[in-house]
Design a binder for this molecule. Structure first.
Ligand code: PEP
Length: 250
């Protein structure tokens, strides 16, 4: 049985004080949740959110991480810093990091392995652009991002990996993949994981859908066989929207 995970990616929103107040309110609103819940604040907001969630089962994630352990890397944040701050999971390979900051599969793979070696779980984001989808490249792109993003990751470590399928054209646009389209991309990903790691790893893998998830579409998405959670951007920024997403099965 796969344990559903719903994660909120706050992106560059929420100051330390706003984030703490929001987290405290969210914790109350979802205290009966039966799923794994993660919020990923900006780096400077992590500390206040960890404190606000001390008595909650909501986990605090990071939106990114350095590919280096320590040293002269101005502006970077190491896995050890994240662990020490109370982070349990890190989002890597988000399409905004790939598109705006030029992150490559190889660079993302180095971060994935570094996070795992520091006992951080990983949400590895994959997904195609509209141009790639319309050009018939969906499977080629997903396969490349999976195979290269997980290069040299052992089967044992796969229990610490979540894959988030996020079609780039559906992120922040209000356009959602239909549940059937999302499910078939998830099935493709699971099949690629089976080829790499075998059936039992593939069957246990949590695959989140991301791209304009809202209270109004979460139930239909979550009803699909291969959709095991959601990575939520815009709708994770208000309790009114994020709580019903987390409580989609209540
Ligand atoms: C995201 O950025 O991961 C995301 C899915 O954003 P949104 O929900 O706003 O489309």
């Amino acid at each position: 049985m796969r344990k559903v995970c719903i994660a909120g990616n706050w992106k560059m929103n929420m100051t330390p004080s706003a984030g703490a107040a929001f987290a405290a309110e969210l914790a109350k609103a979802v205290k009966d949740a039966s799923v794994r819940v993660v919020v990923a604040p900006p780096f400077v907001t992590i500390g206040s959110v960890v404190k606000a969630l001390e008595n909650s089962s909501i986990e605090v994630g990071a939106q990114n991480m350095s590919d280096q352990v320590s040293g002269a890397f101005t502006g970077e944040i190491s896995p050890e810093m994240l662990k020490d701050a109370g982070v349990t999971i890190v989002i890597l390979g988000h399409s905004e990091r790939r598109a705006i900051y030029g992150e490559t599969d190889d660079f993302i793979n180095r971060k994935v392995k570094l996070a795992l070696s520091h006992d951080l779980d990983v949400i590895l984001c994959v997904g195609e652009t509209l141009e790639e989808r319309e050009g018939g490249k969906l499977e080629e792109v997903l396969k490349r991002q999976i195979v290269e993003g997980l290069k040299d990751v052992s089967a044992d470590s796969m229990e610490n990996i979540i894959v988030a399928y996020e079609p780039v054209w559906a992120i922040g646009t209000g356009k959602t993949a239909t549940p059937d389209d999302a499910n078939s991309a998830h099935a493709f990903i699971r099949n690629e994981i089976e080829k790499l790691y075998g059936k039992s790893v593939a069957e246990s893998l949590i695959i989140q859908y991301g791209g304009s998830v809202k209270p109004s579409n979460v139930k239909d998405l979550m009803a699909m066989e291969h959709i095991d959670g959601a990575l939520v951007g815009g709708a994770s920024l208000t309790v009114e929207q994020f709580a019903p997403i987390v409580r989609y099965n209540k």
